[in-house]
Design a protein around this ligand. Structure first.
Ligand SMILES: Cc1ncc(COP(=O)(O)O)c(C=O)c1O
Length: 473
């Protein structure tokens, strides 16, 4: 259902305008609420229905409504009052700074088990400082001026060698574009695709929530691709009408499965037949604990697959450093997008990373992190086996997160979030990661996405205790 009126009939929300502009469900709901508050149709002080009631009426996931309310509250249109629900703010003046695209702000929790982040206390400060000193000492003056929008050649050369060696990527420095993390990389590719007439991008039915807004910001719509135990149903791509697909092939986020060989081939066959593009998000490809990671699917067809990598898991998200390995035909269009976005990425970090890679410092750091996260995962699995054996830890022994599937009869995800709050625990639910364009799953069993890599070491035991308490409630 795209529009809704309260039982009193005096609040009317129309999602169809946003949907017609290609917005996902949450973005369309935010748009409808914002428009109603700005136009004065919802007078200051108007009380909005609870997220549960509105989600029921609109046929949306409750998290979708709660996140839309949170976004509008962050922008200053709504006020959330303890005990009296959400009301339209007294003055409908948006905050000067719009809320970030990243995960919605959360109350400060004692223990952070949200996914998507590494343990930043592991950042190799001394090695980074030493690499920065060496890099700046030898950098030519011209390096500090405007330079190639693709990024410094030192880093592109180092990455071409590193990615071939570690992830099996087939490339040369000419096809590499350095960008501000995967987020900007995706935005650049979508911008380039939009300029070529692509209108819609297929995404996995569960994925990185902000990704959909990045795609929408480039004017493209998203269509959800179902997932099963073999990964994304790439055999269904032909029916989606999409011009591109985003795949987390080595380690699906968040379900944790690897895309089976047959599904990889099906995606490549679809891309070849239709002129489609595969965007491979290799966000945590360095972290596999049970065996060698599956290589990048880019190697199957470098002219049909964009390989996107990032330092956000292996080093730190705050670096904002990532890369695209592009098909030859997409280099120029993506470079044009980069020039429009910010000209080029910062040079000092690029030169430092190049030095860290060529000196072997990154390999040493990744090895150290791998054993740290493997131990973390083992501790999580052991604690649950002992204290909550009814909980299934799903997904590969890889990455920095795991999905916990709770048995039938457990608390629902919304209630789990409320209880987690009481326990001082921040985490994400599975429905938080559900694509806006995917149909709601009202009967899905509760599941949690646990970022076991996130807390610093001193907090991990306490975080596990709180988690075990939560899943036994
Ligand atoms: C699935 C997925 N892709 C990519 C990223 C990295 O994004 P970025 O490089 O913009 O920090 C993350 C980080 O949370 C992620 O979970």
């Amino acid at each position: 259902m795209e529009s809704w009126a309260t039982s009193g009939g005096d609040l009317h929300l129309d999602l169809s305008a946003g949907r017609a502009r290609g917005l996902g469900l949450r973005a369309a709901l935010e748009d409808a609420l914002r428009t109603a508050a700005r136009d004065g149709r919802f007078a200051p002080g108007t009380r909005l229905p609870s997220s549960r009631a509105l989600s029921g009426d609109l046929g949306l996931a409750r998290n979708t409504v709660a996140e839309a309310y949170a976004q509008l509250a962050a922008e200053g249109w709504l006020t959330a009052r303890q005990g009296s629900g959400t009301v339209v703010a007294e003055r409908g003046t948006p905050a000067a700074v719009t809320a970030p695209l990243a995960y919605p702000s959360r109350p400060v929790a004692r223990y952070d088990l949200t996914s998507g982040r590494p343990d930043v206390s592991l950042f190799p400060r001394s090695a980074w400082l030493a690499a920065a000193r060496r890099a700046l000492t030898v950098a030519p003056h011209e390096a500090l001026s405007y330079s190639d929008p693709r990024g410094r050649i030192e880093l592109r050369r180092a990455l071409a060698e590193y990615l071939a060696r570690v992830r099996g990527v087939r490339t040369d420095p000419e096809r590499i574009l350095i960008c501000a993390g995967y987020t900007q990389g995706l935005r650049l590719v979508c911008g380039a695709l939009g300029a070529q007439g692509v209108r819609s991008v297929a995404v996995e039915e569960y994925g990185l929530p902000p990704q959909q807004r990045v795609i929408a910001a480039a004017g493209l719509s998203t269509v959800a691709l179902p997932l099963d135990g073999d990964g994304a149903r790439t055999d269904l791509l032909a029916g989606t009408g999409a011009g591109a697909v985003v795949l987390t092939s080595a380690h699906q986020f968040p379900t944790g499965v690897a895309l089976r060989a047959a599904r990889r081939s099906a995606a490549v066959a679809w891309a070849r037949e239709t002129g489609g593009l595969i965007i491979e998000d290799d966000y945590d490809g360095e972290f596999r604990y049970d065996r060698q990671p599956v290589g990048a699917m880019q190697a199957l067809d470098p002219e049909r697959v964009v390989y996107a990598g990032t330092t956000s898991k292996s080093l730190a998200p705050g670096l904002r450093l990532g890369w695209l390995v592009l098909p030859a035909a997409l280099v120029e269009p993506a470079v044009r997008q980069k020039e429009l976005a910010d000209g080029q990425s910062g040079v000092l970090e690029q030169l430092t990373l190049a030095e860290l890679i060529t000196s072997g410092g990154l390999d040493r750091h990744v090895r150290r992190c791998r054993s740290h996260y493997r131990r973390r995962r083992d501790r999580l699995v052991a604690a649950l086996a002992e204290r909550a054996p009814q909980v299934e830890v799903a997904g590969l022994a890889a990455g920095l997160h795991a999905v916990l599937r709770l048995p039938p009869g457990s608390l629902g995800e919304d209630e789990l979030l409320r209880q987690a709050d009481w326990l001082g625990l921040a985490l994400h639910t599975m429905s938080f990661c559900r694509a806006d364009s995917a149909p709601p799953l009202p009967d899905a069993p509760p599941a949690l996405v646990i970022g076991y890599g996130t807390p610093p070491e001193r907090d991990f035991a306490g975080a596990l205790d709180a988690l075990c308490t939560l899943v036994r409630l």
